[in-house]
Each structure stands twice: as structure tokens, then as C-alpha cells.
Design a protein around this ligand. Structure first.
Ligand SMILES: Nc1ncnc2c1ncn2[C@@H]1O[C@H](COP(=O)(O)OP(=O)(O)OP(=O)(O)O)[C@@H](O)[C@H]1O
Ligand SMILES: [Mg+2]
Length: 599
């Protein structure tokens, strides 16, 4: 008997579903794209338990006749392409004819649809890929597709789904991406029966962009050459984010997450944006569909361009040209010049710092260690050349880096490069990276206050600061409110897309705390579950510590240096910054002797 056989349709659909339907957000994407392709001007999305229990997408598009409705749930049945030529000139979001049968094979699926002008509609009910009911029903023109109990018949998949709030966040992100490219379509979002957001139909793209990327100023791009047209809005390099979630890219109005496009955008911003940060904005690329292959990824979110090099060059020209012109570039240049000016100013007058005096250490332990006398000639266990600080050893000899009060015992000689503190120790020269050292001290403070639930570090703002957030970010805010409070941020949700920050960690009061707040959000968003914050506590505390720490390029006074050393001595591990870089390095007398050929 032959070993090879054709698989039954239900199984084939389930296999296809494995690729297309990863989670509720993937279903939302397919259904909303179908509504857009059907010419809808009103789309509403209803979610229960973040889409795990129910997803319903209702539109006022052209709907389907009974025959079409029955066809639509067949595999490879589509109204959007007919032949191979059409595959290379796709103008719709869908084209494979796979989404509906795939979704219907892994859920309890109900579709009610009526074509424009017809007197009645059709209702189809499918359970796990098996048709259970087809009947005529009353329905307004348009379609309503309901997906209940996603993955009820594929338990391994179900297990991979996250908490409802997390799944809701992902679904909201999908809706944002779709809504951004269709300003003429209104979107309403309901979660567990509550209307949580609405994008009303806007007259222009800029209005929709302002709804979806709030709280920042964006600059318009409008570019065209023989290769492509590129339009949209991009943000200032002074206001970047720590994730790409606020950078939306589209090819022929299809939302994409394409590495090639993202890399070129990042290249254009180049060194103006710090590593690990990304500009905000929405970029739309239009290119002859015959030269764009959209059939390269199961979720249709990547594309391949014919003439990739030219495409890259055109994107560079478009964004590079905008960056050269944008009004906020003036701010960027001013800031760079000011930084340079300050630098030269301080070169002339290496006196006390201009701002952010390093706060004095308070605890008695710190005070005691601050007073610890420098004792030249004490014994040392360190020998050898330049060494970054090794792991803490059990044996600590007096005068070595691990002995109590080591940093306070150093003789401070001066600062070089506005970053390194040069000190004399019994052993030789100790060089300390002031930023790394302060980061470590702050990191431990933040972590301690979180773990001990003291939130004593929190300080009320005289005037609460309003930060505008996207609907997805608001969802994260709700989930993480308690955790944020333990980290020292107290806020309340204010309207549909803003929060009012009422208090912030005290050590952040001179920093740009709205930015720290947004960065934390980006980070928390990635964890999914507030409970998992504990696992990532070090990362979160490191982000906060980095923002609040004294920077490079700042002259420290003798007193500030002393305070810093005392805090380092009071810290659990003063030898490495929270990112693992060494805080101090030593050049031993041995090494110096070798350098000067004395031995
Ligand atoms: N909301 C809707 N309104 C009107 N017609 C719809 C709607 N949803 C689906 N259809 C019809 O059903 C067909 C099948 O939809 P399905 O999503 O499975 O495939 P597709 O959109 O053609 O391609 P893809 O698999 O890439 O999404 C569509 O081609 C369209 O004709
Ligand atoms: Mg589709």
C-alpha cells in the first residue's frame, strides 16, 4: 500500500493555521484587513479576555452573497486575485484565500454577512473546521465575523497564549497599525463589553497620526523619485523611544515590519539617536506593486523589492533630506553646540559643577566610611598589570578593592576626560568611571526600595505631568500601575490616551522623568506579565539608574567625589555597573615599574 497520501482538508487548514494564526492578535489582523479590503468605512472590534474568549469584527463593507460566503471559507478561495499576473500586482491586503478557513479550523467561528442591496444575509457556523450550520438571517449590509475559544481544539497552542491583558495589548497594537494607514475609516474597540477606544474617521493622515502617535512633534516627509514615493511623518532625534513600537512602516499601505526598511531608517538617523533608541513616526512607501513581492512571509508582514539597492537609496534621500530640513534639527544642533560650549567652558574653569549636585550620603555607614582615613603603605593583595575588578573573593586583605571603606580610603587626585576619577591607593593608581559608579549606587537604591516596598524614594510633583500614551500603552499602564508605584512612579489614567504623573522617584527629580517613564513603559510592555517584573527587576532598575546618574562630561567637585566614594563603599557590589561594565580599574606599582623598565 502506498505510504504517501493526501491529507484531509481539515488537517491541511489546521497546519496552515499554525503559520497564520499565532494568537488573538493575528486573528484581529486578518479580520480587520478583510474589512478594509471590503471597503468598510466603519470597523468595530470586540474582544473578550484579550481575544482569548471572543473576537468579533463587524464592518459596513460590501459584504457577501450566500454563495460567496460559502466560498470564502474554502481553502485558497479568494476574490482578490485570479491568476499569476495578479499575484505580482496586489492592491489588497489579503490575497491567499487562507485566513478564514485557517481561523475557522482552530475556533468556534460564526460569520454573518449580507451583500449590499440584498434583503437578507447568511449565517455560517463552523466548529473546529467542521461546518455545523448555514442559514438565512436578517443582517444589515456588511459582515460580522466572530471567533470564539481560539485554539480550543489545539491545546498546545492554547497553552502558549499569555494573560488576557497581554493578549489585549498585542491586539490593540495590531489595530493601531491598521488604523494608522486608513484615516478615512473609523475604528471602535471594545474590551469585555466596554468601549475602550475610538479612532473617528479623520480627514487627513496627519490627524490620524496625531491620534496614534501622541505627545511628540513629527515632521512631514513628502518625497518622490523614479523609484518610489515616500510620505509620512517622522520624529525628532531628541525624542526617540527605547523600542520600535512607535515607528510604523507601510509598503503600498500594507503594514510591514521589515528589517531592511527599519535598518535604513535607523541609518539615516545614525549617530543622532543613541544606540538602542528609535525614532517615532509613520513612513509610507509606495512602489509599483509589480516590483514588490508581498508573498514572502506567512503573516504578510515582510516584503521583497525588485531593485532593492535603488529602493534603499531613495529611502535614504527622502529621510536624509527631511532630517536636514526639519525645524527640530535646529534644536538638535543647538544642543550639540551647547554641549560643546559647556565642555570648553569647563575646560577654562574646572570649578564646581553647574547643576545636579551629587547629593550627600546620609547613612551613618556611609558617613563613617567617608571619614575613613587614607592609609598609605597598607598591604595589598593585588599584583599584576592593569586589571578590571575581578569577582569578589572570600579573602579580603586590608587595602584591597574589596576591603571595607576601600573607596573612601583613596586619595583623590583629579578627574581626566571629564569622566574618570584618578586616585592613589596603597597599591598603585585606581581609575574610576564616574558614570558607572553612580549608576551602580543608584541601581542598588532603586532595587532596595522596590524589594522593601518602601517607595520612600517617591516625591510628589507640584504640577502633575501629563504624558500622552497610545491605547496599547494605556493598557500597559493599567496592568503595571502597582509595580510602577513600587518603583516610585504614581500616576492616574487620564482620559483615553494620557496619564497624569503625580509623583516620581526623588532621585529622578532633575532628570527628564517623562522620558524615563516612557522608557520604562517600553520595557514593561515587553515583559507581558507584571509578575514577571521581578525576574527582570535588574533590567528595569538599570534603566532608571542610567537616567538618574551623573553623566560623562561633568566635572565633579572634591566633595561630590567623596560622597560618591562613600556611597560606593556602602553598596553591595560597587565593582561593576548594572550593565556589567567595570567601575574601577587599577594600575599597580608593579605595572608601573614594568612600564618604566625598573624591574
Ligand atoms: N469582511 C468581509 N467582507 C466582505 N468579504 C469578505 C470579508 N472577509 C472575507 N471576505 C471574502 O472572503 C474571501 C476569503 O477571505 P480570506 O481572508 O480567507 O482570504 P483573502 O483575504 O482573500 O486572502 P488572505 O488569506 O491573504 O487574507 C476574501 O477574498 C473576500 O472575498
Ligand atoms: Mg483576508
Amino acid at each position: 500500500m502506498a505510504k504517501i497520501r493526501t491529507l484531509p482538508d481539515v488537517l491541511v487548514s489546521k497546519i496552515a493555521a499554525g503559520e497564520i494564526v499565532e494568537r488573538p492578535a493575528s486573528v484581529v489582523k486578518e479580520l480587520v484587513e478583510n474589512s478594509i479590503d471590503a471597503g468598510a468605512t466603519r470597523v468595530s472590534v470586540h474582544l473578550e479576555a484579550g481575544g482569548k474568549r471572543l473576537i468579533r469584527v463587524v464592518d459596513n463593507g460590501h459584504g457577501m452573497s450566500r454563495d460567496d460566503a460559502l466560498m470564502s471559507i474554502e481553502r485558497h478561495a479568494t476574490s482578490k486575485i485570479r491568476d499569476i499576473d495578479d499575484l505580482f500586482s496586489i492592491g489588497t491586503l489579503g490575497f491567499r484565500g487562507e485566513a478564514l478557513p485557517s481561523i475557522a479550523s482552530v475556533s468556534r467561528f460564526r460569520m454573518i454577512t449580507a451583500a449590499e442591496g440584498s434583503k437578507s444575509g447568511t449565517e455560517i457556523y463552523i466548529e473546529g473546521g467542521v461546518m455545523r450550520k448555514v442559514k438565512e438571517t436578517a443582517s444589515p449590509a456588511g459582515s460580522s465575523v466572530e471567533v470564539k475559544n481560539l485554539f480550543f481544539n489545539t491545546p498546545p497552542r492554547l497553552k502558549f497564549l499569555k494573560r488576557p491583558e497581554t493578549e489585549l495589548g498585542r491586539a490593540l497594537e495590531v489595530i493601531q497599525r491598521e488604523a494608522l494607514s486608513r484615516p478615512g475609516v473609523s475604528f471602535e474597540i471594545f474590551s469585555d463589553g466596554r468601549n475602550i477606544h475610538r479612532y473617528s474617521a479623520s480627514e487627513s493622515l496627519s490627524q490620524r497620526v496625531a491620534q496614534i502617535i501622541p505627545g511628540t512633534s513629527l515632521y512631514e516627509i513628502d518625497f518622490e523619485d523614479e523609484t518610489l514615493a515616500l510620505y509620512g511623518f517622522l520624529g525628532s532625534p531628541l525624542d526617540p523611544r527605547s523600542s520600535m513600537r512607535r515607528l510604523f512602516t507601510y509598503v503600498n499601505t500594507r503594514p510591514v515590519r521589515d528589517r531592511f526598511i527599519n535598518r535604513i531608517i535607523m541609518d539615516c538617523y545614525g549617530r543622532m539617536v543613541e544606540k538602542g533608541r528609535y525614532p517615532q513616526g509613520a513612513v509610507f512607501i509606495e512602489r509599483d506593486p509589480a516590483l514588490v513581492d508581498v508573498n514572502v512571509h506567512p503573516t504578510k508582514s515582510e516584503v521583497m523589492f525588485e531593485g532593492q539597492y535603488e529602493v534603499g537609496q531613495s529611502i535614504r534621500r527622502a529621510i536624509g533630506g527631511m532630517l536636514a530640513d526639519a525645524p527640530w534639527m535646529k534644536g538638535y544642533r543647538e544642543r550639540t553646540q551647547k554641549a560643546l560650549g559647556d565642555f570648553y567652558e569647563r575646560q577654562k574653569d574646572p570649578g564646581s559643577p553647574k547643576r545636579n549636585d551629587y547629593p550627600a550620603a546620609t547613612s551613618s555607614a556611609k558617613a563613617a566610611s567617608a571619614q575613613a582615613a587614607y592609609k598609605p603603605g597598607s598591604t595589598s593583595s593585588f599584583h599584576g598589570g592593569v586589571s578590571t575588578v575581578p569577582e569578589k573573593s572570600a579573602e579580603t586583605a586590608k587595602g584591597d578593592m574589596f576591603s571595607d571603606g576601600f573607596y573612601s580610603s583613596l586619595k583623590f587626585l583629579g578627574q581626566v576626560g571629564k569622566l574618570y576619577l584618578v586616585c592613589e591607593s596603597p597599591d598603585g593608581i585606581i581609575l574610576i568611571d564616574q558614570h558607572a559608579a553612580h549608576e551602580r549606587v543608584n541601581f542598588e537604591r532603586i532595587k532596595k526600595s522596590y524589594l522593601e516596598e518602601t517607595s520612600s524614594c517617591s516625591q510628589e510633583l507640584l504640577i502633575p505631568e501629563v504624558v500622552e500614551l497610545t491605547v496599547r500603552e494605556i493598557n500597559t499602564a493599567r496592568q503595571f500601575a502597582n509595580e510602577m508605584e513600587r518603583l516610585g512612579f504614581n500616576f492616574e489614567i487620564f482620559g483615553e490616551n494620557a496619564v497624569r504623573i503625580k509623583s516620581v522617584p526623588g532621585f529622578l527629580r532633575d532628570s527628564d522623568y517623562a522620558r524615563v517613564f516612557s522608557d520604562l513603559f517600553d520595557e514593561l510592555d515587553g515583559f507581558g506579565d507584571p509578575k514577571s517584573l521581578r525576574e527582570h527587576l535588574d533590567t528595569v532598575c538599570a534603566t532608571m539608574a542610567c537616567h538618574s546618574s551623573i553623566t560623562a562630561n561633568r566635572t565633579l567637585s572634591e566633595q561630590e567625589t567623596r560622597n560618591l566614594f562613600a556611597d560606593m563603599d556602602a553598596s553591595e557590589n560597587p565593582h561593576a555597573c548594572p550593565h556589567g561594565r567595570p567601575v574601577a580599574t587599577r594600575i599597580s606599582y608593579n605595572m608601573l615599574e614594568k612600564m618604566f623598565k625598573r624591574t
